[in-house]
Design a protein around this ligand. Structure first.
Ligand SMILES: O=P(O)(O)OC[C@H]1O[C@H](OP(=O)(O)OP(=O)(O)O)[C@H](O)[C@@H]1O
Ligand SMILES: O=c1cc[nH]c(=O)[nH]1
Ligand SMILES: [Mg+2]
Length: 217
């Protein structure tokens, strides 16, 4: 089994590929329908998964092509799992599972108290052996950072050691929060927006990710 040196830096990795920037622009638009939001978030999650799995360990196996036998590479076992922060995190899961269909999935249910903006946990179900897996934590939004920080704290309490946080939109405040509380956890994001408004919404943002994905409100 071979492991590449980790490409993840201590500051957030901003995915600025033209396809990501284009799809993010369409996602942000207020007129994009629920169906459109779902499709765009799924497409973006495929592109984000490509980056989030960049350093997964590989192994060499012998295979036979139609012409000869060769030594070829494959992923070295179920090293990775995904953790979705409910609800909106589930919007990112489908694309990730298309690319890594064998990965176990954990869920942590968190909502933001609208007054305090603190994260309130209401559900937790994790795969076995999270202490030996790379845990890719997914949530479209890193706003104050309270939800992501609470999720990462809980996962560490449960034994997770190798964590990565993947989001669509982030803010300087959210990134600072994760840097303070979880400096060991790399962050992958598609954009760092201007900041937060008085209700804790990301500006310019894309609105409430859960409501836009699930057609609520
Ligand atoms: O960084 P924070 O300030 O904590 O905000 C980000 C959180 O807010 C949203 O969830 P929300 O609380 O709206 O729950 P939902 O997914 O059920 O809509 C989002 O999906 C994050 O989990
Ligand atoms: O802008 C924001 C902030 C937190 N959660 C969202 O869904 N959107
Ligand atoms: Mg919400």
């Amino acid at each position: 089994m071979t492991t590449q040196p980790s490409p993840f830096a201590s500051s957030p990795i901003v995915l600025d590929h033209p396809l990501i920037r284009h799809k993010l622009t369409r996602l942000r638009k207020v007129e994009t329908s629920t169906a459109g939001v779902r499709r765009l978030v799924r497409e973006l999650s495929l592109l984000m998964c490509y980056e989030a799995t960049r350093d997964l360990p590989m192994e060499t196996v012998e295979i036979t092509t139609p012409l000869e036998t060769m030594q070829a590479e494959q992923l070295a076992g179920p090293d990775v799992c995904f953790i979705s922060i409910l609800r909106a995190g589930n919007g990112l899961l489908d694309g990730m599972l298309d690319l890594v269909p064998f990965a176990p999935v954990g869920h942590i249910g968190l909502y933001r108290d609208p007054e305090t903006l603190e994260a309130v946990e209401y559900y937790l179900k994790l795969p076995s052996q999270i202490s030996s897996r790379r845990c890719v934590v997914v949530d479209p939004m890193l706003a104050t950072g309270h939800s992501a920080a609470a999720a990462l704290t809980r996962l560490k309490e449960k034994g997770a050691k190798r964590l990565l946080f993947v989001c669509l939109l982030s803010t300087p405040e959210g990134i600072a929060c994760l840097k303070e509380h979880h400096p060991d956890v790399p962050v992958i994001t598609c954009a760092i927006d201007r900041g937060l408004d008085e209700h804790g919404y990301i500006r310019p943002g894309l609105g409430d990710a859960g409501d836009r994905l699930f057609g609520t409100k």
